[in-house]
Design a protein around this ligand. Structure first.
Ligand SMILES: [Zn+2]
Length: 338
């Protein structure tokens, strides 16, 4: 039975959809899309045409003595992936120790089957934010507070979760009104997240694009343990995000046909993209995914630059849940060895 509350929610989603659809008919602004065949050229184009030459020169001059730390720099993006992987590996030391009776054979099926079966890839969505530092920082703070509360919950469950935040630019006005069936799932999710984020005051009504703040992580928790501990902490207005698991976040198994190390490496770099295009096709563009506008790409690169902090530490997280004695590092210990 559909409650009147759910009916009201559904109606509101429908209203947003209709408004966005009407707006999608408008012309995209006269502003230019970024150009260039290579990511590097697009970055240069976007930054130099929007008054951010200083940042471009920092990326251009990136060297051993002065790293730019931009995800749009090949070298630094790799370093960021290493930083995420190092953080995950610290959590695995004690679990791997049980295999070290003789010497740990990372290629053995015994090791890989066990480790793959006992870890999961989890993704959580925070919301959609205006493309500015203050808005997104509010979102990061909101999510960190949520985990602080979760860690204080009394529970028999004990697990760790380690990963990093990703800021993805979404042209939701086009996405939500797009007729592309491939993006149906994303459309529903964005509509839900938008409605929620507007209520939270995270995004301005007039914006075309928003920053989809979310995270990807590795955990040794089972889905049941996540459901127990997370409860409805990740639900939006009393409902799960469309297509997510019971805890309101995505829970995926690791690929059992790949080695554990390959799985970990992939997950460590998963949330670190040097995006210059939108992931989803808009109306009027059936040739792959659309390039961002100069101001949009420049805004996103700048956002990371302002928010990430040294060694991307403002984007990384590693949490321990449960009061039981755990054979994993605490956050403090993990931080200290950086
Ligand atoms: Zn660099």
């Amino acid at each position: 039975m559909v409650s009147s509350y759910e009916h009201h929610k559904e109606h509101r989603h429908e209203q947003y959809r209709r408004i966005l659809l009407a707006m999608a008919g408008e012309e995209r602004t006269n502003e230019e899309h970024v150009s260039g065949y290579h990511v590097r050229q697009r970055v240069k184009n976007a930054l130099t045409h929007t008054g951010n030459s200083v940042l471009w020169h920092k990326i251009k001059a990136c060297s051993r003595s002065a790293r730019c730390q931009s995800l749009w720099c090949g070298h630094c993006r790799n370093s960021a992936a290493n930083a995420v992987e190092t953080q995950i590996r610290k959590r695995l030391i004690d679990e791997e120790a049980i295999f070290a009776g003789k010497s740990l054979d990372r290629t053995s099926s015994e090791f890989n089957d066990h480790m793959n079966a006992n870890h999961r890839h989890v993704s959580g969505y925070v919301g959609v934010f205006s493309l500015d530092q203050a808005s997104v920082l509010a979102g990061l703070q909101f999510d960190r507070k949520r985990w602080k509360k979760l860690k204080e919950r009394k529970t028999d469950r004990a697990f760790w979760i380690a990963g990093n935040y990703e800021m993805e630019l979404v042209n939701y006005r086009f996405l939500v009104s797009s007729l592309n069936t491939e993006s149906k799932k994303k459309q529903k999710q964005i509509a839900q997240l938008l409605s929620y984020s507007r209520d939270m005051g995270w995004i301005n009504k007039g914006d075309n694009v928003g920053v989809l703040l979310h995270w990807h992580a590795v955990t040794n928790a089972t889905e049941e343990a996540l459901e127990d501990v997370l409860g409805d902490a990740y639900w939006l207005d009393g409902e799960r995000l469309y297509k997510t698991s019971a805890p309101g976040v995505y829970v995926q198994s690791l690929h059992s046909n790949k080695s554990f190390d390959v799985n970990i490496g992939k997950m460590a770099s998963y949330a670190l993209k040097s995006a210059t295009r939108y992931k989803h096709t808009f109306i009027g563009s059936d040739r792959g995914n659309e390039l961002m506008l100069q101001s949009e790409l420049s805004g996103l690169i700048n956002l990371y630059h302002q928010i990430q902090k040294r060694n991307w530490r403002a984007l990384l997280f590693t949490h321990t849940i449960g009061s039981r004695e755990m054979t994993v590092l605490t956050n403090k210990e993990a931080d200290r060895s950086d």
